[in-house]
Each structure stands twice: as structure tokens, then as C-alpha cells.
Design a protein around this ligand. Sequence first.
Ligand code: AP5
Ligand code: ZN
Length: 215
Amino acid sequence: MRLILLGPPGVGKGTQASAIVKKYDIPHISTGDIFRANIKEGTELGTKAKEYMDKGLLVPDELVVSIVKDRLTKEDCEKGFLLDGFPRTINQAETLDKELTKMGIKLDKVVNIQASKEILIERAVGRRICKKCGASYHITFNPPKVENICDIDGGELFQRDDDTHETVSTRIEVYENQTQPLIDYYEKKDIILNVDGTKPIDKVYETIVEALTNR
Ligand code: AP5
Ligand code: ZN
């Protein structure tokens, strides 16, 4: 299964991605996670990416594209992959298409999750992440059993630097201007699957899996 998860910030891409990759046993490739790992390790790429991420802006295409190209050539991608948060611009999508053609493979589906701006802000601002394992929670919609402690490994939960009300609003605007055109791009290729992201987490998951099974 070769999938893209498309959707605005906070809509639930990462949450759904974690469950989908488990079900289909495919690698989860999140460009946001790759940048955050680089920031944590203090690499040059991380330092460059942080400048943009903290402002809610997209990291320049040239920094993103080579990372994804490299990742797709790894052995574990032979069984498929799920791209989460990539592509985010028409240029990234066209580059990905060229790369996949070179590799002789095709995308199965682009899962496009949607929700209103109010919901996106509420979800992103209330998100908390485990310092140890990266599991994602929400203070209201998906709280841990013990406040601020990860259910899985007891790790402490933290809030992402770019999850403030102001930066989330910028990220949504950036999404509307630069990423939303991709819906049309993939609709023309007839591989898009539009999913109502306003439903509870397990309902969204069921809808996606059902549609992928009957594709
Ligand atoms: P990235 O990490 O990709 O962030 P994003 O796209 O803004 O998406 P989020 O991670 O904020 O949200 P999500 O949709 O994964 O939601 P989640 O499942 O966590 O990118 C960060 C930055 O990196 C970008 O701003 C950019 O600078 C840079 N970047 C990354 N990729 C790039 C690229 N290709 N090109 C250029 N720059 C790039 O859910 C959110 C919250 O809601 C959680 O708390 C969750 O528990 C809760 N929730 C989820 N689903 C539901 C539901 N159905 N009901 C109730 N609550 C829910
Ligand atoms: Zn954890």
C-alpha cells in the first residue's frame, strides 16, 4: 500500500497515520517528525528547518525533497509507505511523481482529511506529545489516564513550540495558500479519498480502512 495523508495542521494526520501503518505494516514517513528529530539532535538541517517551523512557514522545497527521495529508496519502502505531511506544494508533488515513475511504482490513494478552522485550532492547541515515544494526546479529546503522563511508557508530555494559537493560525493560512491546491492536483489523477475529519478518532480510522479495503 502506497499512501499519502493530506490535510491541514491539526486535522489528525499523525493520529491516523500511527494506526494505518500498524494495520498495513508499512513505514510512516512524516517530514515534520524528521525535522523535529533533526532539531533535537542539533543537526544543520534541524537548525535551518527550525527557523521556518517556529514561524509556521514551510521549510523550503530543496531541503524537504532530498530527504524524502532518500527515505523512499530504503529497503523497508519496498512493501509500501505512508507519507504524512509530504507533499505540501505543487512542486513537491511533481517531484514525487517523477521519482515514483523512475522507481516504476504508483500511489494507491491520497487520503484527504478535512475539518473546519475552529476544530483545527482546538485540536492543535490542546495537543500534548510524549517526550519518550512521541505518542500524541489531546487534553480533552484523547487525554492520558494520568495528567501529563504517557499511558505507554510513563514519559512526560509536552506541547510543540508551533502549537500556539498564533502559529497554528499562520500554519492554516500557509496550508490554504500552498497545500490546498494539491487536492485538485490529485483529484485530477482520480486517486483522492475525501474523509470527514470532524468525527471521533476511531470513526475516522474506520472510514479510511473501509475505503482502502474497497478501493
Ligand atoms: P507537521 O509536523 O507535518 O505538522 P502539520 O501538518 O501542521 O500537522 P500536525 O502534526 O500539526 O497535525 P496532524 O494533522 O498530524 O494532527 P494530529 O494527529 O497530531 O509539520 C510541522 C512543520 O514542519 C510545518 O509547519 C513546516 O514548517 C514543516 N514541514 C513539514 N513537512 C513539510 C513539507 N513537506 N514541506 C515544507 N515544510 C514542511 O492531531 C492533532 C490533535 O488532535 C492531537 O492532540 C490529537 O489527539 C487530536 N485529534 C486527532 N484526531 C482527532 C479526532 N478525530 N477527534 C478529536 N481529536 C483528534
Ligand atoms: Zn510515551
